[in-house]
Design a protein around this ligand. Structure first.
Ligand SMILES: Cc1ncc(COP(=O)(O)O)c(C=O)c1O
Length: 366
């Protein structure tokens, strides 16, 4: 048996007719950039996440970048984030000329350790970017306490967490802005790159909309320098179809997670979801003894896996200039050596999940 990590053909087969109709609708409209299609999708995402404003952009990396810009962060400023995330989270801080400052993670959730944030705050700190990693929100109660005390801005990196809840509330409502990725492997995925910025602040909404189109509130009138960072109408049309399926897909992910939890908790450390959280299981990431051997074994049995992430950001060559060393963030470093993500795409069959379970157990002689 072969168990894929992601199989887009399976995902698209049942909705192919709808996707083709959407394609034709946009093709016939001859409106390919922003347009009514994007406006409707923005309204639907705002309604879904229960936020006031949603701004369609080209991807989540740029969503983070525009958020930082709109919050006035730049050279001389510091922004705190986690070293255990996809590179984009910290990359954008450096790209706009500010300094990324890392803070270690919690052992159990892999999210930023809010108890350690204060140690990283300096007179130059302006903002924090918590990442809701693998589909589970960071501890936003204690994070907000720290940011309120120190007057810091918050950008939620919810690239992996659309639909997740924290204390019953949708993620995306805890920061000054929140950034979503619709990258092809995400829970809500475009047929290409796409992203969205959420905010409950009307001023930020209009500022970000201007940043999105070369710093113009009015066409050809440029108040400041901005970007070309617009969402395509075609992607919005595809995503509108998929959004109607998202809750069902996330529920199926949770069902698969429960199956894995029950069958694997005696052989690996299964994901810990805090009592405050409802995860959307973007990844099902375990901690495993002899991780690399297990990984090789599963791959040989036809099971696709992934390591999120093998090298924490403070040890990446790209961030060497920051001067961090091995041992600076021991929890993140240990996680990088132990984590393994098992297939959890909603389209997997129960037989495939059973096959993964059987092989993980077999590896540990159970
Ligand atoms: C945590 C996190 N942040 C940011 C990004 C960047 O998203 P995008 O690929 O849409 O730019 C990703 C996606 O890969 C991510 O997982």
């Amino acid at each position: 048996m072969k168990v894929p990590f992601i199989d887009l053909e399976r995902q698209h087969k049942p909705i192919k007719k709808d996707l083709m109709q959407a394609f034709e609708r946009v093709l016939d409209s001859n409106k390919f950039i922003l347009s009514d299609e994007v406006k409707k999708f923005e309204e639907e995402i705002a309604a879904y996440t229960k936020t006031k404003h949603a701004i369609g952009v080209s991807n989540c990396t740029n969503a983070l970048l525009l958020s930082l810009r709109a919050l006035g962060i730049g050279p001389g400023d510091e922004v705190i984030t986690t070293p255990f995330t996809f590179v984009a989270t910290a990359e954008v801080i450096a790209i706009i000329g500010a300094k990324p400052v890392f803070c270690d993670i919690e052992r159990q959730t892999f999210n930023i350790d809010t108890g350690k944030i204060k140690e990283q705050i300096s007179g130059r700190t302006r903002a924090i970017i918590p990442v809701h990693l693998f589909g589970q929100a960071a501890d936003m109660t204690s994070l907000t306490r720290v940011t309120k005390d120190h007057g810091l801005k918050v950008i939620e990196d919810m690239a992996q967490a659309i639909g997740a809840r924290y204390k019953g509330q949708m993620v995306g409502n805890f920061g000054d802005t929140a950034c979503i990725s619709f990258y092809v492997t995400k829970n809500l995925n475009a047929l290409g790159d796409a992203g969205m910025i959420l905010t409950n602040d009307a001023k930020l909404d209009s500022l970000i909309r201007a940043y999105r189109v070369h710093g113009a509130y009015k066409k050809y009138h440029h108040d400041f320098l901005g970007y070309n960072d617009r969402l395509d109408a075609m992607q919005a049309a595809f995503l509108r179809i998929k959004l109607t399926q998202l809750d069902a897909w996330n529920e199926r992910r949770r069902q698969i997670a429960r199956k894995y939890d029950d069958a694997l908790r005696d052989v690996v450390a299964t994901p810990y979801i805090s009592g405050d959280n409802e995860s959307v299981y973007h990844q099902y990431t375990v901690r495993a003894a002899r991780r690399d051997e297990l990984n090789k074994f599963l791959n040989e049995q036809g099971i696709a896996t992934a390591i999120h992430y093998p090298v924490p950001l403070h040890l990446q060559p790209a961030f060497r200039y920051l001067g961090y060393r091995e041992g600076d963030f021991p929890v993140a470093e240990k996680a990088a050596n132990e984590v393994l993500s098992l297939p959890i795409q909603q389209d997997l069959t129960d037989e495939e999940i059973d096959y993964v379970i059987k092989n993980v157990r077999q590896f540990y002689g159970k």
